[in-house]
Design a protein around this ligand. Structure first.
Ligand SMILES: Cc1cc2nc3c(=O)[nH]c(=O)nc-3n(C[C@H](O)[C@H](O)[C@H](O)COP(=O)(O)O)c2cc1C
Length: 189
């Protein structure tokens, strides 16, 4: 399967990428082809609500000429995407928020209020890390994520939520981390 992972932490060697890399190793062992996009290296502006995207129904047609144009192609050419984010103030990181807002152009509305999604049926997974417990932000982010997946008519393949990370030990010496990764990758067998 062709998988594209989007890292939304500003820290390329932070907690979220550590979990993402452990997950990628497992997915590679299963024979999946994976590319990681570090959103911190990309220029991605916020959605400006111009609705140019609604004028053309079979491609994203976003009017903003930035790195997202290339990422639209990557998403459309993937079978599965993984969104990896730290919890920032009870929400996705700013990098993931702009990224998700810009995927609005995949949904093409009809006059009767129905819509088609250019990413319908694609698989989507979430990796989330936080310093607080599961109810200090991760709960809300998971809810937003599930709404997004449903809205885009994608298929949720699961979520790896690692809360209470205060040091590297909480990642590498926590058996729960490996259990959660194993369960997640099994959904892509
Ligand atoms: C600006 C900011 C806001 C944060 N907000 C929350 C929060 O609302 N809830 C929480 O549990 N952790 C919060 N954290 C902690 C991070 O989610 C946590 O340290 C995360 O694992 C960092 O991931 P990274 O190393 O990949 O960037 C916040 C951290 C920062 C820098």
């Amino acid at each position: 399967m062709k998988i594209c992972a989007f890292l939304g932490s500003p820290r390329k060697t932070g907690n979220t990428n550590k979990i993402l890399e452990l997950t990628i190793n497992e997915l590679k062992n299963l024979g999946h082809e994976i590319e990681t996009v570090y959103l911190i290296e990309k220029n991605i502006k916020g959605c400006i609500e111009c609705f140019e995207c609604q004028k053309i129904k079979d491609k994203p047609n976003c009017s903003i000429n930035d790195d997202m144009q290339n990422l639209y192609e990557k998403i459309l050419n993937s079978d599965c995407i993984i969104i990896a984010s730290p919890v920032f103030c009870w929400s996705f990181s700013w990098l993931i928020k702009s990224f998700i807002d810009r995927t609005f152009c995949f949904d093409k509305y009809n006059e009767d209020g129905t819509y088609i999604s250019l990413v319908e049926g694609k698989k989507c997974g979430l990796i989330l890390t936080s310093a607080g417990d599961e109810f200090e932000g991760p709960d809300l982010v998971v809810e937003s994520y599930l709404r997004m997946v449903e809205y885009h008519k994608m298929e949720d393949i699961g979520r790896i939520v690692i809360a209470n990370i205060l040091s590297e030990k909480d990642i590498f010496e926590n058996p729960e981390v490996y259990k959660k990764i194993k369960k997640f990758v099994e959904n892509l067998k």
